[in-house]
Design a protein around this ligand. Sequence first.
Ligand code: HEM
Length: 382
Amino acid sequence: MSHASIVLIFSIAVAVAVAFTKAFTTPSKRTHTSVRAVRTLLNPPDIPIVALLRARSIPNQRLVKALGISSTFVSDDPGVHDTFAREAKVLITAVSTKDGWSRLVDVAETCVNRFLDAKSLDYATFVQSVTLSVVLAGLLGTDIEDLDPADVAFVTKAINDRWAQSKSSTALTTEVLDQINHHIVRWVPNRTNPLNLIIPAYETMWRVAAIAVVYSNRDCLLRDAFISYDENPTDDQFCAFSNEGTRAQPSVEAIISEVLRLHPPTRHITRAVVVPWWKRPFVPSVDVADIEGAQKSSMFGSDTESFNPMRFHASQSAPRRDQLYAFGHGKLKCVAASWAPPAAAVITAKIMAKLDGVAFKLQEGPRVGKREGWEGWSIQRV
Ligand code: HEM
């Protein structure tokens, strides 16, 4: 065999080996955007719970290293699922009683006042700090006086950074996580790994409140809806639509639903496709439920790219709040799907009551952020 043939055969062999290695190791994603496909992916028929948990836990493994999560989000154990879901429901039930709710409302007000006194009035830091404090003091029983604003701001920033880094790199040191837990254990001394409960509540709620404030600050009808809810934070007021002059005023429930529709905090819900190794080159390894895309479908009315809470009015044919997919769907749907919207509304209402343009006002930045992207936004003393 000539030298040239040997080189050619060797090059082909290397190319084939590279192609095979790539095919067997690269995760391939398949994105599901239609409402029907999202429903089927999240609630597949006749699949045992352990398989559902397994499919969820695999893409979430990055949260083990980044934030030390050990809950049902990263485990395929049905026992872990039941215990954790029950623990979360017990917390929510306690703050849903009449007394529990009015305590939560008071906690939210105290937290807003406390952080308006803080040095930094960077908008994202402010809403993150208020929300983390409401979760800690309102749900987990921390004494508000123990929440030093600088420590709270440090923890919120560190959680955000760890989350972002977990998506891009695998080399995370434990140092920052240890610092986060140093504070968390001080604030919540009587629970094992409190971040398990804090993360799903805090990570989603701060963004709902931040965006609800933005829209309500731009439109006096929405502002008035939150001011009325601030004065009367009841179920009836939460759902009340009214008329102001010629324009209809959406309910606070409709405003929060529209935030969850157009800006769902969990934009994508991922499930691993568990297949034998030899099938992997031919089957995607991750299925993605595109919640954001599905909620912009025509099922949610017309002009679904724009923010219009009135699409949730009974006179419209658009779906109700319980038909949103922002909380997932099926057996693993969020246990706080009914509790979180009024709770986020209380935080929003308490902030709106302060942003009256007399004492404080919101300075907008170039674009509405997601988890990141709030540069240029701040609260200013007038
Ligand atoms: C607006 C706020 C919230 C949003 C958008 C949200 C979103 C979600 C989503 C999309 C899931 C399903 C994940 C999946 O299918 O893999 C979920 C599950 C869950 N969420 Fe929430 N969540 C919110 C607030 C909360 C709060 C306040 C708590 C706790 C107090 C909480 C606790 C949980 C728990 C325990 C699960 C797991 C349920 C299970 O596996 O059976 N969430 N959430």
